[in-house]
Design a protein. Structure first.
Length: 598
């Protein structure tokens, strides 16, 4: 008999192909859309609408202050840029996410379009010398709003955002410097800090978007791997089988060469009229495998091979026998169980990553809202008080001018502290924390940090009870970071504690481990157990309502944990709602110069 007589009961016929994960239509295939250009295409009409409304409003409000020909030229400059931008958007954007050549042109268009718009807005600085204070403030605030809005709407194209921001900011900063005087220089410095903060915000939002995009790509790759595993199982199911035709007495009438090979017998034993039950016994199988109840079951030969036998009787009393080698399937079944376990693990990881991405997205939104408040509040104070001082609204020698200057200085310092926190976070994410180690005397530093934190939150020195033994060993650490740890912990405790109830700050040596412990205790609102793991994440607070009630952008404890880890230390929290909070920082014995007890 010849194998040429073999037929396959399943699988694609010649000329057919099975779909594979690498097909262009499959997720992750060659036709994947460019997510950056898709996102940018969505915000272009929004940016265009906001720009034309703001430009028109400013131009109308400046009528009578600026020559009409200037205003009309400025408005037409914006309109020309918007018309060109929309034309390019309609021409290229709808196909640029698939066409690489068009995509490259769109990327160049992003930067040139943003640059053109930035130049047009920066040109508004030319109007400032001719405006009264109210209209000048209007132009400055609208330009600042456009700059702040671009930090979010152009987050997907950071180069375009940077170009736009710089071309807006530089002319206004130049005007303030040209104006001269204390107020002019102060406004230039504040504008520079504000621009830097918006650039950093754009970078952070872009980082969140890129992390979300990587998660999407990982999900797509996982889907492709699952499809590939399914394809492997299909290949296993399409393996070649043996067959034989038997008469009513189970004697061979017809068979193919695959049958002796599967049974592990010599072909010389097979001949027309040979008894199949006898051949099966030689192969190590019982006679009952030919019974109907055994049909389709997995049977194992002494040599370890697994077979599956199917039998079908014809009306004439003959029967057809199909023998399938399922050894690979049995092995694959075990492998499949392992793969299923791995897939379940991957699904859990993807689910956790998705939840993390959702939390990151929510935290980003909360951060942007908080950041807007944290930046606008001191900026409004600086602008308002500086206008009063500059215009001498209450006479040339009013006593409160000095107080307003102190308020301006305090607001600028607060703005600087927010920017410092963002810069520290950026260094942490880039793994660029460098320790400048030196002996730190906590009995001297802790009282100073307590006074600074109390002063920042408008409390008296009695608001913090400090406890440090005079014989406490020095801590070998980065002094600046240790001060930041203490100020952030004490300040956080003061912020969430009622006035009149002191916060306790303690530093001591643990006698058992020779570790230096820094403990801050408050009797404030406390933290629920389920929220305690989140408060050390960037931009997180235990309750999003707290950010509006108590202020802050949610970076303090995140920086504390990073600084502690940089010193190989650990941080622990013990808290419950309405009971208060105890946060303990442990510095290892290796940083005290005292050998750990055994």
């Amino acid at each position: 008999m010849s194998d040429a007589s073999h037929t396959s009961p399943g699988g694609p016929t010649p000329g057919e192909t099975s779909p594979r994960p690498t097909d262009p239509a499959a997720p992750g295939g060659a036709s994947r859309r460019n997510p950056t250009l898709v996102s940018f295409r969505q915000v272009v009409p929004i940016n265009a609408g906001v720009t034309i409304v703001n430009v028109t409003a400013v131009a109308v409000l400046l009528i009578g202050q600026i020559p009409l020909s200037w205003l009309l030229s400025w408005w037409l400059l914006h309109a020309a840029g918007l018309i060109y931008m929309l034309y390019r958007w309609i021409t290229y954007a709808r196909r640029a996410d698939r066409d690489q050549g068009r995509a490259a042109r769109m990327r160049a268009f992003d930067i040139w379009g943003a640059g053109f718009s930035g130049v047009a807005w920066g040109a508004a600085a030319l109007f400032l010398p001719q405006l009264d204070e109210a209209h000048r403030l209007l132009v400055i605030m609208v330009a600042a709003g456009m700059l702040a809005g671009s930090a979010a709407t152009l987050a997907v194209v950071p180069k375009a955002a940077l170009t736009f921001m710089l071309l807006i900011a530089v002319p206004f900063i130049s005007f303030f410097l040209w104006q001269g005087g204390t107020i002019g220089v102060a406004m230039a410095v504040v504008s520079t800090l504000y621009t830097v903060a918006m650039i950093l915000t754009n970078r952070i939002v872009n980082g969140v978007i890129r992390r979300n995009r990587r998660l999407h790509e990982e999900n797509t790759a996982l889907y492709a791997r699952i499809r590939a595993a399914q394809g492997e199982l299909l290949d296993i199911a399409e393996s070649t089988e043996a067959f034989a035709f038997l008469d009513g007495d189970n004697r061979l009438l017809l068979w193919n060469r695959r049958l002796p090979a599967l049974l592990g017998l010599s072909e010389t034993l097979f001949g027309r009229g040979a008894s199949l039950p006898g051949l099966l016994r030689r192969a190590g199988l019982p006679d009952r495998v030919l019974n109907s109840e055994m049909t389709g079951r997995a049977l194992q030969l002494p040599n370890g091979r697994w077979l599956q036998i199917g039998r079908r009787t014809t009306p004439q009393g003959d029967s057809a026998l199909i023998v399938i080698d399922i050894t690979e399937q049995q092995e694959a079944s075990a492998k499949l169980q392992s793969q299923n376990a791995r897939l379940e693990e991957l699904f859990r990881e993807v689910s956790q990553a998705r939840d993390a991405a959702l939390r990151a997205s929510q935290a980003k939104s909360i951060f942007l809202a908080n950041m807007s408040h944290e930046l606008r509040t001191p900026l409004n104070a600086i602008i308002g008080f500086s206008d009063i001082v500059q215009q001498k609204m209450f006479g040339p020698d009013w006593a409160k001018y000095d107080e307003y200057l102190r308020d301006i200085n305090g607001s600028a310092r607060h703005l600087l502290s927010v920017i410092d926190d963002i810069l520290d976070l950026a260094r942490i994410e880039a793994n660029q924390i460098q320790l400048h180690e030196q002996p730190v005397m906590l009995d001297e530093e802790l009282p100073i940090c307590a006074r600074l934190a109390a002063s920042h939150y408008g409390r008296t020195v009695e608001a913090v009870v400090v406890s440090v033994p005079h014989d406490l060993p020095s801590l070998h650490a980065d002094a600046r970071l240790v001060r930041q740890i203490m100020i952030n912990l004490i300040g956080n405790a003061l912020k969430f504690s009622p006035t009149g109830i002191p916060v306790e700050a303690e530093a001591r040596l643990d006698a058992a481990s020779n570790e230096i412990l820094l403990k801050v205790t408050d009797r404030g609102i406390g933290i629920a157990p389920e929220d305690q793991s989140r408060i050390f994440d960037a931009f997180e607070q235990a309750d999003t309502q707290l950010s509006r009630k108590y202020g802050g952008v949610g970076l303090g404890l995140s920086l504390v944990r990073a600084f502690v880890r940089a010193h190989q230390g650990s941080i622990a929290i013990d808290s419950a709602p309405s009971r208060g909070t105890v946060i303990t920082v442990s510095f290892p014995a290796s940083r005290t110069g005292i050998s750990q007890s055994i």
